[in-house]
Design a protein around this ligand. Structure first.
Ligand SMILES: Nc1ncnc2c1ncn2[C@@H]1O[C@H](COP(=O)(O)OP(=O)(O)OP(=O)(O)O)[C@@H](O)[C@H]1O
Ligand SMILES: [Mg+2]
Length: 218
């Protein structure tokens, strides 16, 4: 097997109380894994820990072979810019700029170009000239997904990417994310409340009673 994209070992974290402990998680190229669980169980926190944004109280996280919480700021910055694609629960776009300009900024920073077919697949090609502030929530969400894919990440962390979408549009977004992994060899970690979307991944894990348990393997 080629090198794991993500390897997390013995992760534990607490805020006022222990949120979770003893979490092991790996992700290989081409692989997609979903994490489900009750609201407040710690899914977003775990995703932040996996993706360089929060150092856990215990345990280690390796991304592309690098021990991310023992790296220089420059190396973290490079990982974030070139290798990791993050679709957060709340999307961050420049509201005053057009959809296309938002995507172009991401492309420019990473030196990659967007595969225009992705805009068509996401059904947003006709919205590209509109200001972000004038788009609906679901349209903004799809622009933010195109923006993330435009930099051609090797690993995608998606926190409820289909949360605001109707079933048909959600299915379309999942198609695009899974296709992207299949064609580029990237990996996907998906946090979702939608069990149908979760089951489309290669594996489903439940965060419950402070541990992460495999629930279903495809
Ligand atoms: N920075 C923080 N400081 C203190 N507590 C926090 C912090 N971030 C998260 N928490 C707490 O940790 C718990 C888990 O939060 P988290 O956002 O990870 O849950 P979640 O599983 O993603 O929930 P949801 O499904 O509603 O998005 C919550 O009780 C939250 O209040
Ligand atoms: Mg969350």
């Amino acid at each position: 097997m080629s090198q794991a994209l993500l390897e997390a070992q013995s992760i534990a974290h607490r805020f006022d109380y222990t949120l979770f402990s003893d979490i092991d998680f790996t992700l290989a190229p081409y692989e997609s894994k979903a994490i489900v669980g009750r609201s407040g169980s710690g899914k977003s926190t775990l995703l932040h820990i996996f993706s360089t944004f929060m150092s856990p109280n215990e345990g280690s996280v390796h991304l592309l072979g690098q021990d991310i919480y023992h790296l220089t700021d420059d190396k973290i910055e490079a990982l974030r810019r070139y290798d990791i694609g993050i679709i957060f629960q709340f999307h961050y776009l420049f509201k005053g700029m057009s959809a296309m300009d938002n995507i172009d900024v991401a492309s420019m920073l990473s030196g990659q170009e967007l595969d225009k077919g992705i805009l068509e697949k996401l059904q947003i090609q006709e919205l590209m000239k509109q200001r972000i502030g004038d788009l609906s929530g679901g349209q903004q969400q799809r622009v933010s997904i195109a923006r993330v894919l435009s930099k051609k990440p090797r690993i995608i962390f998606a926190d409820e990417p289909t949360g605001n979408l109707d079933k048909e549009t959600a299915t379309l977004v999942m198609d695009v994310l899974l296709d992207y992994c299949k064609t580029t060899g990237a990996g996907l970690v998906l946090v979702t409340h939608d069990i149908d979307m979760a089951k489309r991944c290669d594996g489903v894990y439940t965060l419950e009673d402070k541990v992460l348990t495999p629930t279903f393997t495809g």
